[in-house]
Design a protein around this ligand. Sequence first.
Ligand code: TXA
Ligand code: MG
Length: 337
Amino acid sequence: MSLLLNAQDPVAIESAARRLAAGSLVGLPTETVYGLAADADNASAVHRIFEAKGRPSDHPLIVHLAPGAGPQGWRAGVEHYASEVPAFALVLMQAFWPGPLTLILPRRPEVAAVAAGGQDSVGLRCPAHPVAQALLTAAAAQGVHGVAAPSANRFGRVSPTTAQHVAEEFAGLSDDALLILDGGACPVGIESTIVDCTRGYPVLLRPGMITPARLEAACGQPLRERDQAAPRASGTLESHYAPRAQVRLMSAQQLQAALDLLGADAKHIAVYARPAVKTLAPVPRRRMPDDAARCAQELFAVLRELDATGVRLIWVETPPDDAAWDGVRDRLQRAAA
Ligand code: TXA
Ligand code: MG
């Protein structure tokens, strides 16, 4: 079993920072999801992330930077990892960091090659979660420029939003191999919005809770859709975030009709839908909130919980066709693919 420490424990942050500096792995709460963290400039530590996740080593990881303006803050981190920062990217950092936004920038060839999965770019983000910030700051004081951290789940599976989820994902790792900082449930709940800044204009690679409209308003230019030339991102693979049960997305009407048809025979099915959908048979059921932010916050925990009931199918109401729901809709579509 991995070692689980309450992040409020006075020794927790220091021990975790020492482990990072020594090349070991840390389960880290961020405002989006929990990350599986290692020193981004330590190739063998980063290899251990790929190994623990079962993730192909050519899938690049996001490098997390400490907050603040000092010599160990995110500006210094950006200088360390990026060879070039377009003006619109700097504006986006200033507007949304610390926060759930990742920017892909051209990489300085001599740094973080393994974390970048061999790409000539690097994904950077300064997280807003106080525990992540405290750990990044303590690690920076020990010479760690940035912390590579993919979501702390096995490859292709649902991202973790609690420390318990992380412990379940990596139950096979010993307490020497993995220290998990318990910082409670993640407030955002789905992964950061990713914007590619390597092509001279912003391209949306992965939707999140920062909407395109807010990004466009901040940087004063249109956000382009990803195309063939856009860098590959594992969170953008068609099938991802998948529970064991099969997820099916349906409109409220379709879902109601299917449930009515099955009646009491609705076995092996769990339902995640807004209150208008009525389930008569006693199936595992969670009510989808009307608010996108609240839905995002609980989404992965709900998928895990419904999956754990042992059902074969999870029927989910298609979220509203509104930009505020883009991130949630994207994750559900990938869970269903
Ligand atoms: O909210 C988040 O972003 C969380 C927390 C832990 O920060 N992290 C996360 O990491 O979601 P991960 O590895 O599960 O997803 C990172 C995504 C992947 O789809 C990866 O391909 C993409 O970022 N990415 C990272 N660096 C990249 C690069 N240089 N070029 C293109 N895509 C990149
Ligand atoms: Mg992931």
